[in-house]
Design a protein around this ligand. Structure first.
Ligand code: NAP
Length: 358
């Protein structure tokens, strides 16, 4: 059985892999059958990841993380996880291609998925003018008028990127103040192709084969209005990808996987979680990477406890024979040793030891 399986190939997953591999745990990282690297693969320039003063493109950053993880012995599997069995000491992971992997510990770092508006005709027109990725689809909207929905860093990033192609980019935000960081806001506000439609939500889309317009509702007056548009990019945040662990792991009210304090320990011993899937607030590449470090160190400590417990149990099994042989059951020194061995075994029982942390 393996020591550790890591699920997820974003900054949390690959950083956990780098640490686990350097600790000689020979991690297996299950990436994805579609795209390795997580959300950074759909990002343009990353200017705030330490160590890159000139900035680095998101896909390049992820490529470097993967190379670093593989250099130390991480094995990467390009498949999707479809089922988990984490109740026993052996954690079993089944993939879409029907392979099952087993490990003594599991690091869950599946990140988050783009949020959808949930408004009228959104599903029907997805991929037909409605997109969640400007770097993927922006070039299709050369000299067109596009909208970006949202007021956070993602929305500013998408709008700034789209202004390279589009004739005009309208940011639609439900309030009159942006949530995005000052640097991103400044860049968007200084871009002559970007304008802002404040206090507006999207209530529906229009168009037959592709989007031609949308219905906006003024959040102050409640009045609806129509806006002709060639394309819409939704950038309204993301939700943790937890569907595989519903009913298996405790979740927080925010929907993230619950962990014990600043650790990565989940409600199941031997299962650790890291990155956006435990983070309802910060969601940065650098915080996800740090979270991956924590998970790898926690998994390492857990495995060491399992090994110690196994050693203690062997010691405990040997002890009565020795006492019988010497016939010195009443000897206070030996009796004390047996008690210590028992106490240590109890203390280090893997399930108890890990459960005590949660
Ligand atoms: P976010 O910060 O949660 O912002 C989501 C935006 O969408 C908010 O402005 C929110 O409005 C709006 N929104 C949410 N639900 C909506 C709905 N149903 N209808 C209309 N508007 C809705 O998400 P994010 O922009 O994806 O950023 C997530 C995290 O990643 C942040 O920590 C951000 O700093 C980070 N990030 C960093 C970079 C970078 O540094 N290069 C790039 C992208 C993201 P309200 O403001 O009214 O809540």
């Amino acid at each position: 059985m393996r020591d550790v399986i890591i699920i997820g190939s974003g900054p949390a997953g690959f950083t956990a892999a780098i640490y686990a591999a350097r600790a000689n745990l020979k991690p297996l990282l299950i990436a994805s059958s579609v795209e390795v690297g997580g959300e950074l693969m759909q990002t343009t320039e990353v200017e705030n990841f330490p160590g890159f003063p000139e900035g680095i493109m998101g896909p390049d950053l992820m490529d470097r993380m993967q190379k670093q993880a593989e250099k130390f012995g991480t094995e990467v599997v390009y498949d999707d996880v479809t089922a988990l069995d984490i109740t026993g000491e052996a954690k079993r992971v089944t993939t879409g291609e029907g392979q099952t992997f087993e490990a003594r510990s599991l690091i869950y770092a599946t990140g988050s998925a783009y949020r959808k508006l949930g408004c009228d005709r959104e599903t029907e027109l997805s991929g037909r003018g409605i997109s969640w990725c400007a770097t993927c689809d922006g070039a299709f909207f050369r000299n067109r008028h596009v909208a970006v929905v949202g007021g956070g860093d993602s929305a500013m990033e998408e709008a700034t990127f789209l202004s390279r192609f589009a004739s005009k980019v309208t940011v639609i935000h439900r309030r009159d103040a942006l949530r995005a960081s000052a640097a991103m806001v400044e860049r968007a506000e200084n871009d002559p192709k970007i304008d802002f439609r404040w206090n507006s939500t999207v209530v529906g889309f229009e168009g037959d084969q592709k989007v031609t317009g949308m219905i906006l509702r003024d959040t102050v007056t409640g009045a609806d209005s129509q806006m002709p548009i060639d394309g819409v990019f939704e950038a309204i945040g993301s939700d943790p990808r937890t569907h595989l662990v519903h009913g298996l792991l405790d979740l927080t009210e925010a929907g993230t996987i619950a962990v014990d304090g600043r650790s990565s320990r989940t409600s199941v011993p031997g299962v650790f979680a890291a990155g956006d899937v435990i983070d309802p607030i910060y969601k940065q590449a650098a915080t996800a990477a740090g979270s991956g470090v924590v998970a790898a160190l926690d998994a390492q400590a857990y495995l060491a406890e399992l090994d110690d417990a196994a050693t203690a149990q062997i010691g405990e099994a040997d002890q009565p024979d020795e006492i019988e042989r010497t016939g010195e059951v009443g000897n206070s020194q030996d009796a004390g040793d047996v008690e210590t061995a028992n106490a240590t075994a109890t203390q280090l029982d893997p399930a108890d030891a890990a459960a005590a942390h949660v």
